[in-house]
Design a binder for this molecule. Structure first.
Ligand SMILES: Nc1ncnc2c1ncn2[C@@H]1O[C@H](COP(=O)(O)OP(=O)(O)OP(=O)(O)O)[C@@H](O)[C@H]1O
Ligand SMILES: [Mg+2]
Length: 246
C-alpha cells in the first residue's frame, strides 16, 4: 500500500471529531474518488493526509511510515501533493511565477526551471499563457495551473479537492481528462468530487464518506451501479427504456 489511513479521528480546535474512526487504503498507480454529502469530512480527510490538520487518534502511513505527526512541507517533500478546493493561486503573478511557487522548497533554482519546462510539455496551454497573470485565466485554465503547480515537485500521489467546482461540464471533463493523463503516466490520484458520477467514472476505485466514516468502498463502476448508493448519494436516474442502465 502506498498510503494508509488507519482509524483516524480528527476535528478542529476544541470542536467535535469530524472524522470518526476513518480508514482507507490507496495503492500505487490507481485512481480513487471520494464522494459523500456536504460536511461529511471529505476536505478534512485530505487536510489530515497532507498535515494541515493532525489526527486526535489513529495514524496515516505513507509507504509504511507514519506521516501524521509531520509538517505539511515535510509531507510535501515525501511526494504527496494537494490541490485545495480554492486552488490557492497567486492571482497577480504570472503563470510561470505561480509554477515557480510550486517549487519554492527546492534549493536548486535551475532544477525548478527545468521542471517547469517539463510541466509545459504536459500542459502546453500553460506554456502559451506563461507570461499571463493567473487572474486573467479562465476557471478551467486556473485549475490546470493549480494541477501543473503541484506537479513541479514530481509527487507520487496527487490529491485534488473538487477540481470541477465552478466549471462548465465540458471544461470539467477536460480537467478530468488531464487527471486521467497524469494517471496514465503512473501517478496515483486521490480525488474528492461533488460531481459524483463524473468523478467515479474517471476513477478505478470509489469511497463513500458519510458522517466522518467510510460507509462504502469498492470498484468505482460497482459503486456507480449500486442502487442503494444511487438513492442515497447519486440522485437516482431512471434507467432508459429497455431497462439498461447508462
Ligand atoms: N476550519 C474549520 N474549523 C471548524 N470547523 C470546520 C473547519 N473546516 C471544516 N469544518 C467543519 O467540518 C465539517 C466537515 O467539513 P469538510 O469541509 O471536511 O466537509 P466536506 O465533506 O468537504 O464538505 P463539502 O462537500 O461541503 O466540501 C463541517 O461540519 C465543517 O463545518
Ligand atoms: Mg469539501
Amino acid at each position: 500500500m502506498l498510503l494508509e489511513v488507519q482509524n483516524v479521528h480528527a476535528g478542529y480546535g476544541a470542536g467535535p471529531s469530524i472524522l470518526q474512526g476513518l480508514s482507507m487504503a490507496v495503492e500505487k498507480g490507481q485512481s480513487y474518488c471520494i464522494i459523500g454529502p456536504n460536511g461529511a469530512g471529505k476536505s478534512t480527510l485530505l487536510k489530515v493526509i497532507c498535515g494541515l490538520l493532525h489526527p486526535r487518534q489513529g495514524q496515516v502511513l505513507f509507504k509504511g511510515n507514519p506521516i501524521h505527526t509531520l509538517r505539511t512541507d515535510q509531507i510535501l517533500m515525501q511526494g504527496i501533493s494537494f490541490v485545495p478546493q480554492d486552488r490557492s493561486l497567486f492571482p497577480d503573478m504570472t503563470v510561470r511565477e505561480n509554477l515557480r511557487m510550486g517549487g519554492y522548497i527546492l534549493k536548486d533554482r535551475k532544477e525548478v526551471e527545468r521542471r517547469i519546462d517539463a510541466v509545459y510539455e504536459l500542459f502546453p496551454l500553460l506554456k502559451e499563457r506563461g507570461n499571463q497573470l493567473a487572474k486573467t485565466l479562465s476557471g478551467g485554465q486556473q485549475q490546470m495551473l493549480a494541477i501543473g503547480r503541484s506537479m513541479v515537485l514530481r509527487p507520487e500521489i496527487i490529491m485534488l479537492d473538487e477540481p470541477s467546482l465552478g466549471l462548465a461540464p465540458k471544461i470539467a471533463r477536460q480537467i478530468f481528462d488531464s487527471i486521467q493523463f497524469l494517471k496514465q503516466g503512473g501517478m496515483t490520484v486521490l480525488l474528492v468530487e461533488q460531481n459524483a458520477r463524473l468523478g467515479l467514472k474517471s476513477a478505478d476505485w470509489g469511497f463513500v464518506l458519510d458522517l466522518g466514516k467510510m460507509s462504502f468502498d469498492g470498484p468505482a463502476d460497482s459503486i456507480l451501479a449500486d442502487e442503494r448508493i444511487q438513492e442515497l448519494y447519486l440522485g437516482r436516474q431512471k434507467p432508459p427504456r429497455g431497462g439498461e442502465t447508462a
